[in-house]
Design a protein around this ligand. Structure first.
Ligand code: FA5
Length: 330
């Protein structure tokens, strides 16, 4: 195996990098978990002892060289970004605006949702940043042995609590302590140990609706979803409901939105929903023979992406003025 042909290709790739995001992606593609050089290193074990010596050595040298080049490039990019920021002229004599003309896109969709649900008579709640294992999992019909725990890669604290992985973590508390009929909405930042890409982040905003009353059925769920989507978009978007699995609802329903971009349309997974599982009601000391309920939840981040045609979730946290300035309010 020869590495000579790879070197110029990699060097040109590094030289062409212009942003930190590109650099992180390029680094991952070479020396990340599934990167080209990492994969090649894994294969060294199967070579003959002689090949191992020569090829293994040059591969390690190439890897070190790539890491060094990337470190230098990263420093260069960071310095350039700093210079651009410093050169942006700020006239300190202009009086500060009391109210900004722009708002973060997540904040805008969040205010819209709060406005809609308060008009519908729902109470507003904030999910805790840290949940007990019971609130986040067991109370939601996900005991420790349940495979569904793996669906939400979790950040565990050393004392056994978790960074809340979903706004559903407040269900047990609300169903147990709030008077019935219950109509509540929960907002919160949730955390998952995900590999970050254009549509997945390790921290994102979620929102959840919970209703518990007598004789609640799928019709109530569908009506509420339709009403909220219509209010949010200003028209009733095309959506479909299909079976989905969440241990805390039965039946579980996944809602997809029809999303059109650049003349092409596709179904986009948008929210989880369903009728509250009898076990969840029992865990909260509510008799499932007397009461039933529904819940549904989705990512505010995903809503903002659809509404504003944002194609990369990472833009929300990069704090780039050029991005933020586009979201005028008022
Ligand atoms: C849940 O979190 C359930 N708690 C939703 C639910 C509530 C089901 C009530 C039934 C009843 P899920 O893991 O699919 O389900 O996440 C819900 C939504 O959060 C997704 O549809 C998506 O919009 C968003 N989401 C999930 N993971 C990420 C991520 N890593 N980055 C950004 N958004 C995400």
């Amino acid at each position: 195996m020869n590495l000579e042909h790879l070197k110029p290709e990699i060097n040109a790739g590094i030289a062409a990098l212009g942003s930190l995001r590109d650099l992180i992606e390029y680094r991952n593609s070479l020396v990340g978990k599934k990167g080209t050089l990492t994969e090649m290193l894994k294969n060294v074990a199967s070579l003959s002892p002689e090949e191992k010596k020569t090829f293994g050595k040059s591969l390690n040298e190439l890897r070190t060289d790539v890491e060094n080049q990337l470190t230098i490039k990263e420093k260069e990019i960071r310095e350039n970004e700093l210079k651009t920021a410093e050169n942006r002229f700020i006239d300190m004599t202009v009086p500060a605006q009391w109210q900004s003309r722009t708002q973060h896109p997540i904040k805008i969709v969040q205010s819209d949702i709060i406005d809609i649900v308060t008009r519908m008579g729902f109470s507003l709640w904030r999910a805790p940043t840290i949940s007990t294992e019971f609130q986040n999992f067991d109370a939601l019909n996900i005991p420790s042995w349940h495979p569904a725990r793996d669906m939400q890669d979790t950040f565990w604290l050393t004392d056994g609590r978790v960074l809340s992985t979903q706004t559903s973590c407040l269900q047990n508390h609300l169903i147990k302590t709030e008077p019935k009929p219950l109509r509540a909405m929960v907002l919160g930042s949730v955390y998952r140990n995900e590999k970050i890409d254009a549509t997945h982040d390790i921290m994102f905003e979620q929102v959840e609706w919970i209703v518990v009353d007598k004789n609640i059925n799928i019709g109530h769920l569908k009506w509420t979803i339709t009403t909220i989507l219509t209010e949010l978009f200003g028209y009733t978007p095309k959506f479909r409901m299909r079976p989905g699995y969440f241990p805390f609802v039965e039946p579980g329903i996944e809602v997809d939105l029809w999303w059109e971009r650049d003349g092409k349309g596709r179904w986009l997974e948008f929210m989880g929903s369903g009728l509250i599982h009898p076990n969840v009601l029992r865990q909260a000391d509510v008799d499932p023979e007397e009461y039933s309920g529904f819940a549904f939840g989705f990512g505010l981040t995903r809503l903002a992406m659809i509404r504003y045609g944002i194609n990369d979730i990472r833009l929300f946290h990069e704090n780039k003025i050029e991005f933020l300035e586009q979201f005028a309010v008022g």
